[in-house]
Every structure is written in C-alpha cells, then in structure tokens.
Ligand binder design. Structure first.
Ligand code: SF4
Length: 448
C-alpha cells in the first residue's frame, strides 16, 4: 500500500466516522507521564540495589539505580546523562521498551510481591526533561581524522553515529528515507510515541556533527565500493525488507496490504487521512500485528479480527500487548489458517480452515495441519499482513554479506552489521545496544 493508495481504494473516509476529538482521544498517549511529585515519590521507593538486576536486564545496561537516585535528588541533568550515556535512544526506549520483560520484570520488588519500580516512566521523566530543555549532555571528541559510513539512520545507525562522534570520528549516515529515526519515526504505534519526539531524539544525535544524507539508497545512489574506498569502516544498519506474503490466492486484491505500511501511513499523516475498512482482518501474532489491530480499531473499524494459525502460547506478541488488543475490542481467531482471500477486484472476505497443532519442529515452532471440513469465511473489507519481515537479500548480495535465516552476517572486520538486519528483528533497545557496541568495535579496530 503506497501513500495515498488507501484513498484510491474507495474505503470510507474517516472524517465521516469519527470526529477529530474522538480520534485525538483514541490516539492519546497510552501511558501519561509522571508528575514531578509522582516521580519523586516513585524514585524514593527504589532500593538502589548493588549489582542491580534491572541494569543487568537492560540490553544497554543503563545504570538504573544511579539515574533514579539523581531524580530523587532533583538532579535532572545528571539523571538524563546517565541514561543517554548508556543508551542514545533512551527516550524512545522509555516509551516503547517492553519494560515488563526487561528492567521492571527484573526489579527485586517483584520477589516481595510488590509492584516493581516504574523504571520506564522514570526514564521517560528524565529524558522528557532533556528534550524539553534541549539538553545536550555530550560533545564531539577530539578529531581522529578517520571516517566511518553508516548505512541506515534507525536506532542502531544513530546510536553508532552518536558514540563515534564522541570518539572523534567523522561520520556520514546514508538514509533512504527523508527523515532519520527508522522504525522510531515510522513504525511505533501512535499512542506510544509520535513522530516529532522520534525526530527530536534523532536530532540530539545529529547535532553532534554526523553528516546526514537523506534520500540516498546505498547500492542505487552510492556504491558499496565507494564506501569501502572512502571510509575507514562501514556500519550497515538497514533494517529488514518487505513483509512476508501469505502465499494464498487473492493476495493481490485491493484492500490487502502489509501492516507496517499502514502504520507508517498513519504516523506520517493526520489521523483522518488513513481510511480504514469496517471489518478488518490482521494475519499474524506478533507485536506489529497487535499495533495494526489496535490502531485499526482506534481509527473506527467496527470489527477487527486477528487470525493466527497456531495457539495462544505460540504468539510472539507480549502478553500486555495482547491484553491491550482485547481491551480495545479486537477478536482473536487462533488455530485458524487463511487459505484464500475472496473478492472481485476488492477484498470481501478471507477463507480460513481450523488448524491442529503437532510437536515443535527444528525452528521451535509447532507444526500444524488443516482440519478437514473446517473451512469457513470471515467477512472483511481490509486485510493486513503482519507475518514478519524478510532480510534485504539483494542488498546483502550487493554488500557481499551472507544471509543466515533472517540475519545478515559479514566476515569483513571493517564492515559491521547491526540492528534488525543483524538480529533478524528485535526491540529498539537491542538495536541501540548493537549500535553502541559497533561504535566500540570500530574504535578498537581503527585505534590499533
Ligand atoms: Fe531499584 Fe528495582 Fe532496580 Fe533495585 S531492582 S535498583 S529496587 S529498580
């Protein structure tokens, strides 16, 4: 679905359905910030543990007790510095990290059957302060007269750029899109983080002096040979490619598109410019599927159904995300395999069969087979695919990288890979950690 394509498909206009006030309410922040008093109260509950498990659980190992202690003493600059020193994407992580399974999940207060410290909200309190006050805690390092190219301005690329600038390297970031931030800018659900905040966070990195080249696709506008010849090292952080296709008849019908493109359209336009069907089916069971489903409902879809071929215990979406979709009124059809999309020119329904699950295969996922005579139809006028993304295989070939499953791998020590293209898809905080580690490895390599 390209920008504007939804409109050409004759879907109802949202302005006919929900008022601007209703849309604003539906997309209001899901987790409001802490007031100063509430933040002080929360910070003072922290036990300031030695060898804090919350710090160990964070992929970027933010010194959680240190930043919380600084909030408790009113030292907002110091607190923001501690967070951002470890994690250049500390602000977006405060809003979009799965804290329940990371820092807050590891908080010792869970063992006492008490509520864990609300680390995510405290981190947000400090990083909001930094953005509001345009506080830049860092300065570029003394020039070392070496240059690094970064391909991709998402969380991994930006994190690597920030730390390389602190080490004194010249950094050039090539980005295919117009704006920096990657999925922070184009892929986080609207009620978690808006585009201006993602861009402000990216600007905090770029103002340290990295050269940002938007609208440039390496491989098309700049060759890999050029990068290898003109830079001392290259960090590839291009993310992932297209969403996997369903591979069933009818996928080409109008009204069938991928969930990420829908989310991007919603994030890049006023809410009333993303038309939505009355009856929406989302195929998939990951966090992107949940984001698409909840946002479709909040845009005014009357019925939203998530279809997944395996069972609840196989879903990769976090429990709290699943709960959010249920609270929003989305319906789950588990053990349900799409077999055909129905319609003439435009989708009118999706034919499915029930599935029976077997033992886990080599990939750890349970095998399934369709149950005989279980075919049924879910009526719908819009279908979103949310089956995960494929690696950018063409780009990998061009860069002389190996593709190992969903991951790109490089054997050249001066060409590093990180973020989603190196992991196959993970959280923002993992991408930030990759970028920070890549900067350290490049620095170690080029300092020899
Ligand atoms: Fe504070 Fe909990 Fe971390 Fe201990 S584990 S330092 S109580 S947030």
């Amino acid at each position: 679905m390209s920008k504007g394509e939804t409109a050409s498909r004759g879907m109802r206009s949202l302005s006919d359905i929900l008022s601007p006030e209703q849309l604003a309410e539906n997309f209001a922040e899901i987790a409001p910030p802490l007031s100063t008093d509430a933040a002080l109260l929360e910070a003072n509950k922290c036990l300031m543990c030695h060898d804090a498990p919350c710090t160990i659980a964070c992929p970027t190992h933010i010194d959680v007790p240190a930043f919380i202690k600084k909030i408790a003493s009113g030292n907002m600059r110091g607190s923001a510095r501690v967070i951002l020193d470890a994690n250049p994407m500390g602000h977006s992580c405060a809003r979009a990290c799965p804290v329940e399974v990371l820092c807050e999940g590891a908080c010792v207060l869970n063992d006492r059957d008490e509520q864990p410290i609300r680390i995510g909200l405290l981190q947000r309190h400090a990083t909001d302060w930094a953005l509001q006050h345009k506080y830049q805690p860092f300065t570029p390092g003394k020039p070392v007269n070496k240059a690094v190219a970064i391909v991709g301005a998402g969380p991994a690329g930006l994190s690597c750029a920030r730390d390389l600038r602190r080490f004194g390297y010249e950094v050039t970031i090539y980005e295919e899109r117009d704006q920096p931030g990657g999925l922070n800018t184009y892929g986080i659900a609207e009620y978690k983080m808006r585009q201006p905040l993602a861009l402000a966070e990216a600007m905090m990195v770029l103002e340290l002096g990295a050269v940002f080249k938007p609208g440039v696709r390496v491989g098309r506008d700049v060759t890999m040979e050029h990068l290898k010849k003109n830079f001392d090292a290259v960090f590839i952080a291009v993310g992932l490619g297209a969403t996997r296709r369903l591979g069933i008849p009818g996928e080409e019908l109008a009204g069938v598109s991928d969930a990420l493109t829908f989310i991007e359209h919603l994030k890049s336009n006023p809410h009333n410019r993303t038309p939505i069907g009355r009856q929406v089916v989302v195929v998939g069971a990951g966090n992107t599927a949940i984001d698409a489903a909840t946002q479709a409902k909040r845009l005014g879809a009357e019925r939203v159904t998530l279809v997944y071929r395996r069972g609840a215990e196989d879903m990769s979406a976090y429990n709290y995300e699943q709960e959010l979709a249920r609270t929003d009124g989305c319906e789950f059809r588990l053990n349900t395999v799409p077999t055909r999309i129905l319609g003439s020119g435009k989708v009118t329904g999706i034919e499915c069969a029930r599935s029976e699950l077997g033992a886990p295969g080599a990939d750890g996922k349970r095998a399934f087979k369709e149950v005989a005579n279980s075919t049924h139809v879910i009526e719908c006028d819009q279908v979103f695919r949310a089956l995960g993304q494929t690696p950018l295989a063409d780009l990998a070939k061009m860069f002389d990288l190996r593709v190992d499953g969903s991951r790109m791998v490089c054997d050249n020590p001066k060409v590093l890979v990180g973020g989603d293209c190196g992991s196959g898809g993970a959280e923002i905080v993992n991408a930030a950690a990759d970028g920070v580690q890549a900067a350290k490895r490049i620095h170690a390599l080029l300092s020899q």
